[in-house]
Design a binder for this molecule. Structure first.
Ligand code: ADP
Length: 671
């Protein structure tokens, strides 16, 4: 639905995708037709950039100084609703308006005319007819699908599709996706980047008989250009993408699905800091369409919104077909007599042996890449620390090359030296703690005949390698998988019947208000990988805190109890969703200067009823990429306009240019 092209005015205001809040005046040369939202090429400082016609008011400066627009893109103008969404997002996230616009213009090549004449594509799969589903839904699934489809005609709504792993949530929401597409609308399915795998895409392709348009960060510029244009011109019916797909120029969007809605990976931490799920809900509200939030272990935020009547909920309580939920067993690691080099309990090894003998697969889960998180010298105690971040260097031992050390926060990498850099001792290094590579080594000791594969973002060097590995697992060529969160979600391995969680306590000491929730979700999710087909599954969870509320909830499969307690805890502590948070992270090269400025800012912090400012405190990641970091935290009642408060506060005393202030509204990470 394009906007009507009005008589072109002589002057317009153009917003450019740069860190600025204002649009600038430009002249419209005779003969150029310019409408609101049009993408236009303009001189900007020393650059020539594509911007968007933001308003059409009379110019405020001397008209003789106004430069002309150079050209207008043939792509459909940015719709009014999208411009309002961008403006709202800038206000909400407190990011410059131009930076929010930049999210929508991430492929300038899509907006610009083609340099070379391109062959028109004839195999436009996305315009092909939609295949009929061959799936016969169960009664429960059919009811759920009907309720979701019922939302399609009713404007804005949020529905939480809450169903246990393997209950057919995807199958169910695809019914509504199909219906929206049959009505000639466009649909966006968002996935956390990590789940956007070939396996998932193949499933969509099988279901609808055409390949959806893909959108994620590691695509080639040419693919992104084609995708952007196909979306803008409504040729693309279905887009499956990572969070940045929210900013694609849909012209007739009818439905947004946020799969794995609880995933923290939806949070964008750099540049414009935003939460993909929350921005999806906002976009649906602007577009007046439904949004489905899908999860087997929803976020506390979404559960509370359901309780408050703001969101609808649709439950799926049974696994599809004969598949049973795995039985959960907690292994008390305090009773195990393990030395510092070994990490698998007898109980787990026993189960792995039985699984292996039956010709079934085991998955061992540890959310830590590499071989060991810390390497030290036994002679002098020297520890390898990252030179550009407050963290240890993680040891990696690739099978076909020399061991190396890597900082997992900055990527800084060095070879493991032969001798200790401090005392010169040789062969004195000790690896402390496990990563997936070390677990795989122990597995091979125990099961020398088994085919073992390590799945982590660094061992799966490309999407192709990952796809091949998934294929081998599906085909039963792998006996034991050792993996990070890369394997925790989204995959369906029919032969996998045992999941072992190596360290259920990892992540609980992260000083993060959602640590328990995230750990629960991850363990619940990874356990759900077991027994998804005919064969029954089992999960073994190794912990040093077997009597904690979380372990009890996991072993009794009592999710509701866990969430009741967790929600109560948040309420008592006046933490989100019962309050709102904003973090201010000050950083700079000079530790003393940053600390002084952070203290000064705290000293002039606003004081009043319903909000308080805590800090400054050195960030847990005190130094990152050579910058020293201090954090301040605003806690406010939900009715307080936090952004206004912060804007007025920061305006009182601008920071020196050597100190950067990052604002994180609704922070997920407290590092
Ligand atoms: P979830 O998204 O809840 O984890 P899925 O939608 O992935 O569940 O379903 C789990 C498995 O069961 C998938 O292989 C799916 O194709 C299959 N499945 C679910 N419902 C049906 C159905 N009604 N008919 C056939 N297969 C189904």
């Amino acid at each position: 639905m394009q906007e009507e092209i009005k008589q072109s005015p002589s002057f317009v205001q153009v917003l450019v995708p740069r860190a600025l809040d204002t649009a600038f005046d430009y002249a419209v040369p005779d003969g150029l037709n310019v409408s609101p939202g049009a993408y236009v090429l303009v001189p900007f400082g020393r650059e020539i950039v594509w911007g968007v016609v933001w308003s059409m008011d009379a110019p405020e400066i001397d008209v003789h100084k106004i430069k002309p627009i150079q050209s207008v893109s043939i792509q459909p103008p940015m719709r009014d609703v999208m411009r309002r969404y961008v403006a709202w997002m800038a206000e909400y996230t407190m990011a410059p308006l131009g930076n929010c616009l930049a999210l929508c213009m991430s492929v300038p090549k899509a907006i610009a005319p083609d340099e070379r004449k391109r062959k028109p594509k004839t195999d436009d799969a996305h315009t092909t007819a939609i295949a009929e589903s061959s799936v016969q839904l169960s009664d429960e699934q059919a009811d759920a699908a009907q309720r979701l489809c019922g939302q399609l005609e009713d404007g804005f709504s949020v529905t939480l599709l809450d169903g246990i792993t393997g209950s057919g949530k995807t199958e169910v929401y695809l019914e509504a996706v199909e219906q929206a597409m049959r009505a000639d609308g466009q649909v966006l399915v968002l996935l956390p980047e990590i789940v956007l795998t070939a396996q998932f895409i193949a499933r969509f392709t099988r279901r609808f008989g055409f390949e959806p348009i893909l959108w994620h960060s590691s695509q080639t510029p040419a693919k992104r250009r084609d995708a952007w244009r196909a979306v803008a011109n409504a040729e693309a019916k279905l887009v499956v993408g990572a969070r940045s797909a929210l900013f694609l120029p849909f012209s007739d969007l009818r439905l947004i699905v946020v799969d794995e809605e609880h995933e923290t990976a939806y949070k964008q931490e750099d540049g414009v800091v935003y939460h993909g799920r929350d921005m999806a809900v906002a976009r649906a509200q602007f577009e007046e369409i439904p949004v489905f939030l899908v999860s087997a272990s929803p976020s506390v935020e979404s559960i509370v919104n359901v309780q408050a009547g703001k969101y609808d909920v649709v439950h799926l309580s049974a696994r599809y077909g004969h598949a049973q939920l795995p039985t959960m067993r907690v292994v008390d690691m305090r009773l195990e007599d393990l030395d510092a080099q070994h990490f698998l309990s007898d109980a787990l090894k026993q189960k792995m042996a039985e699984t292996y003998t039956r010709g079934e697969q085991s998955l061992l889960f540890l959310n830590r890449r590499g071989y060991a998180p810390l390497t030290l010298c036994r002679k002098c105690g020297y520890r390898f620390e990252s030179p550009d971040a407050s963290s240890w260097m993680v040891l990696h031992t690739p099978p076909h090359s020399a061991p190396y050390l890597q900082c997992h926060h900055t990527g800084y990498t060095m070879n493991l030296p032969d001798a200790c850099p401090e005392c010169g001792a040789e062969e004195s290094f000790a690896a402390c703690g496990p990563g997936v590579e070390r677990i795989a080594e122990e597995v091979k000791e125990c099961f020398p005949e088994a085919n073992v594969v390590v799945m982590a973002s660094d061992t799966m060097s490309s999407p192709k390698v990952a796809a091949e590995t998934y294929h081998q697992i599906e085909a039963g060529e792998v006996d034991i998988i050792v993996g990070t969160q890369m394997v925790a979600k989204g995959h369906h391995f029919p032969l996998l019947t045992l999941v072992g969680v190596i360290d259920a306590d990892l992540g609980l000491d992260a000083g993060d208000l959602r640590a328990a929730e995230k750990t629960y979700q991850l363990i619940h999710q990874v356990s759900g990988r077991a027994g998804r087909a005919e064969k029954a599954g089992q999960a073994m969870i190794q912990t040093y805190y077997p009597e904690s509320g979380m372990m009890t909830a996991l072993s009794n499969d009592d999710r509701d109890q866990f969430f009741i307690e967790e929600i109560e805890r948040r309420k008592r502590a006046h933490m989100p969703p019962y309050s709102r948070l904003a973090a201010l992270i000050l950083s700079g090269k000079n530790d003393g200067v940053v600390k002084r400025e952070a203290k000064r800012l705290a000293s002039i912090a606003p004081k009043g009823k319903g909000y308080q400012v805590l800090g400054p405190a050195p960030a847990p990641m005190h130094m990152l990429r050579g910058n020293y970091r201090y954090r301040l935290l605003v806690i406010a009642d939900r009715n307080i306009h936090m952004q206004k408060l912060i804007t007025e506060w920061l305006a009182v005393y601008p920071l020196p240019s050597s100190v950067r202030c990052k604002i994180d509204i609704d922070p997920q990470s407290f590092m």
